[in-house]
Ligand binder design. Sequence first.
Ligand code: PAF
Length: 282
Amino acid sequence: MQVLTSESELNSLLDEHRFPPHTTGFVPTMGALHEGHLSLVRKSLSENTITVCSIFVNPTQFNDPEDFNKYPRQRESDIEKLRSTGCQVLFCPEHKTIYPQEDHNKYNLGPVADKLEGSSRPGHFNGVASVVKRLLEIVNPTRAYFGLKDYQQFLVVHSLVKQYSIPVEIIGCETVRDKGGLAMSSRNERLSSYEKELATHLYKALKSAKDAVNQGRDSGLETLGQEYFNGLAEPELEYFKVADARTLAPIGDKKIGNDDSAIALIAARVGGVRLIDNMPLN
Ligand code: PAF
């Protein structure tokens, strides 16, 4: 695996892979790689002739500087994990490569970006849009892979590439969970094993709504999910919402249609660490 920091080196390496039958798969990450990331890399490897993974802890998407400082950084073990997948290229750009000037761009990402994470973390999706747009410009991949654990981010990236006519296929990949159901996340690194146990309540709450749908219930699912947390000191629930899976328009406790897809989305804190997860309901 080649580990590159320079844009020009990456471009010369990718030049010979630009034309059919060659395709470039791209997996952008902020490092602290786990099975979720590695599953994206493996999918990309199976669908493309070359796969580039990037690691860049993007300051502009952290609305809380403390969260940015505490974000786990473990370059050596990340390199080892990536090597084990057979990934051909790791791109670790410097700050000035991504942001040659200070970033003042304001993206209009549509209604999909302004609720849930968008309202809880002001500026977050603007920062995600900045870094993803810049990385896609540099790597110019055929396909880019994003985990569906960050479901709203996946929709926002779709909206970004559509709006800027960026020629790339955006592929969403299933959330990878541990055996208790906890969704893999780099933030789990900051949880003790007891806190990881507590964090499985996010999954269990989502699953309780999904199970209710499977048993024929089609309304009141938001309240059901919220009530799951009654009497629990932790996780501290920030939101449990039921929304249209394409637009994230709120459904709340209303009847979920048979034709439209609905999704439950959750954010909660365990031991001061903010976690998110989601589950399609139908
Ligand atoms: O999902 C992430 O890890 C980040 O938001 C991304 C897409 C790499 C942009 O920094």
